[in-house]
Design a protein around this ligand. Structure first.
Ligand code: NAI
Length: 343
């Protein structure tokens, strides 16, 4: 089985090579992203393996189908970059629904502690032998209110971490988990009451720009926003205005709405054209990491193992438990409930 592997990074290769060789799958690693222009690299391949910034719109899906590609294997959980509806009845899509929710939740906590205790500033200072504490005053997390938006796998682990800090936790989820003991409130209440808000919901039409110029006005003054979910949950322009107006006290961003042409690449010797990102990075109370929350060795192993299992299962049975299908609109659960091919 040959699989065209797009947007390859050096850290992807070892685990995929290992699981591929063990299961007679040949991964063809391409550095380029999957787009309409690069899709022809998948010629002769059974499937493509893609990540968060590869393009899987109608045009690309048509090209892949034309090339005889049978399966799109997402090596991530989120699938907002895939036109799942359009793919129905054309090409199958599998994903890795969970690889290490701990990795993402722990990164959110790392960003929070860095921001609150000014670790990023202290690190730079002591490297220059500047041992002044001036401007490094933080605050205790203990007793503060954490608002968690999205209480799925990652959100719940993050809630447990925050409980360890002795925080008061409130949450909003479109589909609240029953008997979870989670203190659910409405989104407006969460915005009003939270000292810190962390986003762990998927990017959908409903969650697009959840933080916008109107909702910013409803946030508690000085709130810290953490986004390890998807960039477009926060309108970056509204975020900058909120910070300039002192409504937002700090932002911890692992994702950014225009990240696709920037993140995962080294621009240290270049001038980055994105003025919004440049402005955000210039602010002392904004911390940006480049979509690295998932990046632990445990997660990379799990991603490769699950992707290979998805491919083997699909080859054998014609469907996979981790398949995304639009047949009945229940994209994530359709096949798991039906336990048979949707098309
Ligand atoms: P999950 O599917 O287990 O949980 C998502 C939760 O969001 C569910 O409880 C769902 O009911 C809720 N939800 C759906 N629509 C909502 C809405 N409109 N408002 C509020 N809540 C809503 O997903 P998981 O594994 O916890 O991942 C969450 C997100 O984290 C992913 O969608 C992905 O975007 C992001 N992610 C980021 C990574 C990174 O490296 N930065 C890595 C992995 C995931």
């Amino acid at each position: 089985m040959k699989i065209a592997f797009f947007d390859t990074k050096d850290y992807d290769i070892p685990a995929f090579k290992k699981y591929g060789q063990e299961n007679k799958i040949e991964f063809r690693f391409f550095e380029t992203r999957l787009t309409a222009e690069t899709a022809s690299l998948a010629r002769g391949c059974y499937g493509v393996c893609v990540f968060v910034n590869d393009t899987l719109n109608a045009e690309v899906i048509d090209i892949l189908k034309e090339l005889g590609v049978k399966i799109i294997a997402l090596r991530c959980a989120g699938y907002n970059n895939v036109d799942v509806k359009y793919a129905y009845d054309k090409i199958h899509i599998v994903r890795v629904p969970a690889y290490s929710p701990y990795a993402v939740a722990e990164h959110a906590a790392a960003l929070l502690l860095t921001s609150v205790r000014r670790v990023h500033k202290a690190y730079n200072r002591t490297r220059e032998f500047n041992f002044s504490l001036s401007g490094l005053t933080g605050f205790d997390l203990h007793g503060k209110t954490m608002g968690v938006v999205g209480t799925g796998k990652i959100g719940r682990i993050f809630i447990d971490i925050c409980k360890g800090f002795g925080m008061n936790i409130i949450a909003y989820d479109k589909f609240p988990a029953e008997n979870s003991g989670i203190n659910y409130v409405s989104l407006p209440e969460l915005f009003r009451e939270s000292d810190i808000i962390s986003f762990h919901c998927p990017l959908t039409e409903e969650t697009f720009h959840l933080i916008n110029s109107e909702s910013v006005k409803t946030l508690k003054r000085g709130v810290i926003l953490i986004n390890t979910s998807r960039g477009a949950i926060i309108d970056s322009a509204a975020l900058i205005e909120g910070i300039k107006g002192r409504r937002i006290g700090a932002a911890c961003l692992d994702v950014y709405e225009e990240e696709s042409d920037i993140f995962f690449n080294d621009f240290s010797g270049h001038i980055v054209d994105d003025d919004t990102l440049a402005r955000l990075i210039s602010l002392p109370n904004v911390i940006v990491t480049s979509h690295q929350a998932f990046l632990t060795s445990e997660a990379l192993e799990n991603i490769a193992e699950t992707t290979v299992n998805n491919l083997l299962e699909f080859k054998k049975d014609g469907f996979s438990q981790n398949e995304l299908c639009y047949r009945c609109g229940n994209v994530e659960t359709c096949i798991r409930n039906r336990k048979e091919k949707c098309f």
